[in-house]
Design a protein around this ligand. Structure first.
Ligand code: DGL
Length: 270
């Protein structure tokens, strides 16, 4: 038994990298649905169906707890899967909620009514499917009042990162920041709402300016997961290390992952 970490492709590795260092005693299975990536240009129903079958495959593989390290999957599927009910002893969590809790300075799982928070103008950078789901605004409204969110759908960025074309990815990130600033000239905070974007964190920060606080997920999710596993130690499993599975071509995905994390990562066919 291990903790499952799921993304459409390589982006979730930014989360896994920090989580695995934070929790070295926890075994992980990382699953990249590379054959169907990118998810961000798909319909909500399509993303739900793909996410559900990936999570079910991880549950069947012995991962009682699965973390959706993909905002697109979480935004379009998490609430729907949880509301439909998960099998006994199984859990699915998403990267979305801990980020919102950090932004609104609430503790993990705080159920109190929404209240005023310090940041009033928030820029959200995410995939087109995450932006059109409006899940971020909905989850934020459960926790905070009076926050103005301007969302920028960052078309093309995930494809460029998956293809290893960082020059294109950086140029696109800058142009998406420009487009956002035309709609919201002075954001106080920016959320990188896609697990691929930490690769471009410095580019986003530079284009936004030093006065904008940029929230990215890996550290926040690692702390939330550590907290969750302290309260539910039976979900962690035993053993150590990570198995990397992909629905795509393992050689190609391993090469991409190695370039992405700048160290050798070996994927096998799921
Ligand atoms: N990494 C995914 C996310 O966090 C997006 C990837 C995709 O579009 O497939 O949203």
């Amino acid at each position: 038994m291990a903790v499952g970490i799921f993304d459409s492709g390589l982006g979730g590795l930014t989360v896994w990298d920090v989580v695995a260092k934070r929790l070295p005693e926890v075994p992980f299975v990382y699953y990249a649905d590379s054959a169907n990536a990118p998810y961000g240009v798909r319909t909500a129903d399509d993303i739900f169906a793909l996410t559900k079958s990936a999570v079910e495959a991880l549950w069947a593989d012995g991962c009682d707890l699965v973390v959706l390290a993909c905002n697109t999957a979480a935004a379009n599927s998490l609430r729907r899967m949880q509301e439909a009910g998960v099998p006994p002893g199984k859990r699915v969590l998403g990267v979305f909620v801990p980020l919102i809790e950090a932004l609104t300075e609430r503790r993990w799982g705080d159920q109190s009514p929404p209240r005023e928070v310090a940041v009033k103008h928030v820029a959200l950078f995410a995939t087109p499917a995450t932006v059109s789901s409006r899940a971020f605004q909905r989850e934020l409204a459960f926790r905070a009042i009076g926050v103005d969110v301007e969302a920028q759908a960052c078309g093309g960025v995930v494809d460029a990162i998956e293809e290893g074309d960082l020059i294109l990815a950086e140029a696109l990130a800058r142009s998406h920041v420009d487009a956002l600033k035309r709609k919201m000239p002075m954001p106080e905070a920016a959320v990188l709402g896609c697990t691929h974007y930490p690769m471009l964190q410095e580019v986003f920060q530079e284009a936004l300016g030093p006065e904008v606080k940029v929230f990215s997920q890996a550290q926040i999710v690692a702390e939330s997961l550590a907290d969750y596993l302290t309260r539910h130690p039976q979900m962690a499993g035993t053993g150590e290390g990570t198995r990397f599975l992909t629905s795509g071509d393992p050689a190609r995905v391993s090469q991409g992952a190695t370039r992405f994390l700048r160290r050798q990562i070996e994927f096998v066919k799921a």
